[in-house]
Ligand binder design. Structure first.
Ligand SMILES: C[S@@+](CC[C@H](N)C(=O)[O-])C[C@H]1O[C@@H](n2cnc3c(N)ncnc32)[C@H](O)[C@@H]1O
Length: 312
């Protein structure tokens, strides 16, 4: 993941500039992997869009210069290598490069990064949006250039709604965000009053972006952000939390279930997201075997997310 350039207002110079889109249509299950490859090869933040009605997922990066044929070939090779065995062979052949009319570019940012309200509790918007929070509504301003950074994804929204719903007035509740990405969940947690809030990501770039977003929101106290792979977290955690958010993917959630469950206090809640509907039963059974009971779940598009409570 990369941090997009600073705030994007539709300035006249920007309107005139041609933008190139490199992307492809794919399956939701491999969109993250494709986004990572494109982001790394072209040095631009990937944008993943789930078109629920058309049942289609597209992954793109937007560039201000036409990419060289060599870079596109390299990206195609990397995609083939990464997706081999994951059912994605042939994806690279569908990689397209197209210039976008400048007005489309300006509009595409506006279309894909709408302000997001979680009830009356929280407003998340990009720096260039003008929407003001309602009275008593917490405001989080985020870099809009990231796919998992603005709450446009169903799995992120599920976690945000649960975080809002699970606040207990007058009680101090700790929260851990595993795989923080742009920092959206951790930063929203601070704004919603969770304390302390801890967050990590294995991707150094994600940690850098999350820190930049924390600065942008003047968040200093109550938050600890660091680089960490969940797989290498000590087996006996230094502390346990009331709420743990893990918006990852089914494979990681299954492989690391013991570590994730151990991060919860008795009675604590684990939010599991990044799971496709057809994978959910398996994830649920694996966590039930560890004493985690499903308290609520929600389906949105291809995704099903769940809130699991630790009962022992
Ligand atoms: C789907 S994004 C979620 C971002 C954000 N928490 C949200 O809800 O929008 C998943 C993030 O988890 C990170 N991640 C994946 N596997 C991880 C692991 N084993 N340890 C730590 N971070 C991981 C990725 O780098 C990525 O930033």
């Amino acid at each position: 993941m990369a941090e997009a350039s600073s705030e994007r207002r539709a300035r006249p110079a920007e309107k005139r500039r041609l933008v190139w889109e490199v992307g492809l249509a794919t399956r939701a299950a491999v969109a993250d992997a494709i986004g990572k490859v494109l982001g790394r090869v072209f040095g631009a933040p990937p944008v993943i869009q789930f078109h629920t009605r058309r049942r289609r997922t597209t992954v793109s990066v937007f560039l201000t210069e036409r990419p060289t044929a060599r870079a596109v070939r390299y990206a195609a090779e990397q995609l083939e290598r990464r997706l081999r065995g994951g059912g994605g062979v042939g994806a690279a052949g569908r990689l397209t490069v197209r210039p976008l009319p400048p007005q489309d570019w300006a509009e595409s940012w506006k279309r894909h990064f709408r302000p997001l309200e979680i009830g009356r509790a929280l407003l998340i918007r990009a720096g260039w949006h003008r929407r003001r929070p309602r009275r008593g509504q917490a405001l989080l301003v985020l870099d809009p250039g990231l796919s998992f950074g603005t709450g446009q994804h169903a799995t992120t929204r599920f976690c945000l709604r649960q975080m809002v719903a699970r606040r207990v007035p007058g009680q101090q509740q700790s929260l851990l965000d595993v795989g923080t990405g742009s920092g959206i969940l951790a930063l929203a947690a601070v704004k919603l009053g969770y304390a302390p809030v801890h967050a990590f990501d294995r991707d150094a770039e994600a940690v850098r972006v999350a820190r930049a977003n924390a600065r942008r929101n003047h968040i200093r106290a109550g938050l600890r952000l660091w680089r960490q792979d969940l797989a290498r977290l000590p087996r006996r955690p230094a502390r346990r939390y009331e709420l743990v958010c893990a918006n990852l993917d089914a494979a990681v959630l299954l492989a690391r279930r013991k570590r994730l469950a151990d991060l919860l206090r008795p009675g604590g809640t684990l939010l599991l997201a990044g799971v496709l509907q057809r994978e959910f039963a398996r994830v649920r059974a694996a966590y039930a075997a560890l004493g985690l009971r499903l308290r609520s779940s929600q389906r949105e598009g291809a995704w099903r997310s769940g809130a699991f409570e630790r009962t022992r």
